[in-house]
Design a protein around this ligand. Structure first.
Ligand SMILES: C[S@@+](CC[C@H](N)C(=O)[O-])C[C@H]1O[C@@H](n2cnc3c(N)ncnc32)[C@H](O)[C@@H]1O
Length: 223
């Protein structure tokens, strides 16, 4: 049987790669990721709404010359990625347990080189638009912590959220937009391969593809 939530929370408290309330780095990490956590000046890549952190784990293995941080509010999910990274000895990976609304409190201007947003909750209700992680207020947060022209990636099974995002991006200063409504039939799948050349698959993707959804993906540079 798997570990209970309480056991996972206890593991997270001890895990050096989980930064969360109550730990000293939580208060001081903004602007200090390179020096205080990674001890190098390699680019920092975020996986937002990371859940179990499949991209953080896979990319940390594949790209040892970059630093990866999975961000999510759910400790019991982050636990999975954290434990895998500890087991594999991946020093270039970390997990940050915060509300993404607060992201500017944890990264300084220009500290981030790239953002991947992986299957965020679609929040289909009209009244929930501001809570969508691709609402202009979130895109603004991302721009404020990113280097000028940083790559922004969205992967989702939800056609509504995908088309909403494309619409929002029309009003943003972006370049190099590329997208597909069916990732597994697209050359853009090359962006999503792990160290063995297999496509990275996430927990939520598994649930949604069982329901017959295709995977949508876009990437662009945010200025
Ligand atoms: C549908 S799940 C996808 C998880 C994972 N990326 C996957 O594909 O399996 C969405 C995740 O986003 C997280 N999330 C949603 N809104 C958030 C917010 N405002 N701040 C932090 N995490 C959030 C949830 O906790 C959840 O783990």
């Amino acid at each position: 049987m798997g570990k209970s939530k309480l056991q996972r929370f206890a593991d997270n408290r001890l895990a050096p790669n989980v930064i969360e309330p109550g730990k000293p780095l939580y208060q001081t990490i903004r602007g200090n990721w390179h020096v205080s956590y990674f001890h190098n000046f390699n680019p920092i890549v975020l996986e937002l709404a990371c859940g179990r952190g499949e991209y953080t784990v896979a990319f940390a293995e594949k790209y040892p010359d970059k630093n990866f941080i999975g961000v999510d509010i759910k400790g019991a999910r982050i636990w999975k990625g954290s434990q895998i990274c500890l087991r594999k000895g991946l020093q270039n990976a970390a997990f940050l347990r915060i509300q993404i609304q607060q992201i500017e409190n944890f990264f300084a201007s220009g500290e981030v080189s790239e953002i991947w947003l992986i299957h965020p909750d679609p929040r289909p209700k009209e009244g929930d638009q501001r809570r969508r992680l691709t609402h202009p207020r979130f895109l603004n947060h991302y721009r404020n912590i990113g280097k000028p022209g940083m790559w922004f990636h969205l992967r989702t099974d939800n056609a509504g959220l995908f088309h909403y995002t494309l619409e929002m991006l029309q009003n943003e200063p972006i370049t190099d937009l590329a997208y597909t409504n069916n990732l597994y039939e697209s050359p853009l799948l090359a962006d999503h391969l792990d160290i063995t050349g297999q496509p990275i698959r996430t927990k939520y993707e598994e649930l949604f593809t069982l329901q017959g959804h295709t995977i949508h993906y876009l990437r662009c540079r945010l200025w």
